[in-house]
Design a protein around this ligand. Structure first.
Ligand code: SF4
Ligand code: SF4
Length: 323
C-alpha cells in the first residue's frame, strides 16, 4: 500500500526559554536538568533530516524560544535555500536578535513567517509570561518587523493568541490590535502535554460564564471578519474551525479530523519523532528511514479513532469537519 508521507513538521529547535509562563513548563526543563541541553541535535543533523524527509515542505519552528538556539539563522537559511516554507513562532522578547535575523534574510525572495505569541494587552501578558516588560518587548519587536516589512522584507507577520482561564477576556482586544497593525491573527485554546509543555497536572477549567464571554468574542470576530467581505471557502473554514475549537473545549465534541501521523509530525530538539507534541508516542528518530518511521498502521488507526485520541483540539494538527 502507498504510504501517505508527511508534508508539515513542527520542530522544537530548542527547549531553552527566557520566559516563565504560568501555563507552560518548558522553561523549567533545563532548570531541573541542565545536562539535557547537551543532547539537543546540531545544525548538520537537522539539515540531514530536511534532505532525507523530502515530502516535508512546511516547517513550524517552535521552542522553547527559537531565537535562543545557536543555529536558528543557519536553519532558516538552509530551509529557504532548499525551497522549504517555514514560520518561526516566538515570544518576541529578543527584539534586536529577531530584527537582525529578518534583516539578514531580506535578500531571499521567498516568503516566510514570523508569528509572535501575544496572550493579552499590557500587564496581563507580563503576568502570563512571568517576566516584566515581556509585552513591551514583544511590541517593540512587532514595530521593528513592521518597519522591515515596509522596507521590502518578505515576511508573513502574525500574532498568535492562546486562550486560557487567565486571559479569556482579552481575545477581542488582541484581535483588534492585529487589525490595527494589519497583521495575521490566529488563536488556539491552551493545550496540554506531558512531554512537551509538561503541564498535564495543572489543567485549568473554564467556567460557564467564561465560556459565554469567549463565545461572544468569537462571534464578534467572525462577524467583523465577514463585514464587507464576500464570504469564501477559506474564511468559512476558518470560522467553522473557531466554532469547532469552542465546541470541543466546552463539550468535548470533536468536529475535527486529526492529521498527525498522516501529513504532520513533531520533531523534538533531541531528534525524536512523534505524531504531534501532545501524544506521547515516539515513532522514531532522525536517524531512521522515513518509510520505517511512517509505517505504524496500528498507531494510525489509534489516532484516527476519536474515542481513543480525543485529547486535543489543535489548530495545526487537525482539519475541521464542520465546513
Ligand atoms: S509558552 Fe513559550 S514562551 Fe512560555 S515558557 Fe512555554 S515555550 Fe517559553
Ligand atoms: S488528536 Fe491531538 S493529540 Fe491526538 S494525535 Fe491528533 S493532534 Fe495529537
Amino acid at each position: 500500500m502507498q504510504l501517505l508521507m508527511p508534508t508539515s513538521c513542527a520542530f522544537a529547535i530548542t527547549y531553552k526559554c527566557n520566559s516563565r509562563c504560568t501555563m507552560c513548563n518548558i522553561w523549567q526543563k533545563y532548570e531541573k536538568d541542565p545536562q539535557a541541553y547537551q543532547k539537543e541535535i546540531r545544525s548538520d543533523q537537522f539539515f540531514a533530516f530536511v534532505k532525507k524527509w523530502q515530502t516535508i515542505t512546511s516547517y513550524n519552528i517552535v521552542g522553547g524560544e527559537p531565537f535562543l538556539s545557536p543555529y536558528i539563522e543557519d536553519a532558516a537559511l538552509f530551509l529557504l535555500s532548499n525551497g522549504k516554507n517555514f514560520t518561526v513562532t516566538t515570544n518576541g522578547v529578543l527584539s534586536s536578535k529577531i530584527t537582525d535575523f529578518v534583516t539578514k534574510l531580506s535578500t531571499f525572495p521567498q516568503q516566510y513567517g514570523i508569528s509572535i505569541s501575544l496572550d493579552a494587552i499590557g500587564e496581563i501578558h507580563d503576568k502570563m509570561r512571568g517576566r516584566r516588560k515581556s509585552y513591551e518587548r514583544a511590541m517593540q519587536t512587532l514595530k521593528n518587523l513592521i518597519q522591515t516589512k515596509e522596507n521590502g522584507s518578505n515576511i508573513r507577520l502574525s500574532i498568535h493568541f492562546t486562550l486560557s482561564p487567565l486571559n479569556y477576556s482579552q481575545l477581542w482586544q488582541v484581535y483588534e490590535l492585529t487589525k490595527e497593525l494589519k497583521l495575521g491573527f490566529r488563536f488556539n485554546f491552551m493545550a496540554y502535554s506531558d512531554f512537551y509543555f509538561e503541564n498535564k497536572d495543572t489543567r485549568m477549567k473554564f467556567t460557564e460564564t467564561q465560556f459565554n464571554i469567549i463565545e461572544n468574542q468569537i462571534n464578534k470576530i467572525i462577524s467583523d471578519e465577514r463585514n464587507g467581505k464576500n464570504t469564501n471557502d477559506k474564511l468559512e473554514k476558518r470560522h467553522a474551525h473557531f466554532r469547532a475549537m469552542l465546541a470541543y473545549e466546552k463539550n468535548q465534541v470533536k468536529n475535527m479530523l486529526c492529521t498527525a501521523y498522516t501529513t504532520h509530525m513533531y520533531l523534538d530538539p533531541y531528534g525524536a519523532i512523534y505524531p504531534c507534541c501532545f501524544l506521547n508516542k515516539k515513532v522514531g528518530t532522525i536517524d531512521d528511514p522515513p518509510e520505517v518511521v511512517w509505517a505504524n498502521e496500528e498507531l494510525k488507526e489509534f489516532i484516527k479513532c476519536d474515542c481513543k485520541c480525543n485529547i486535543c483540539p489543535h489548530w495545526f494538527e487537525s482539519v475541521c469537519l464542520m465546513s
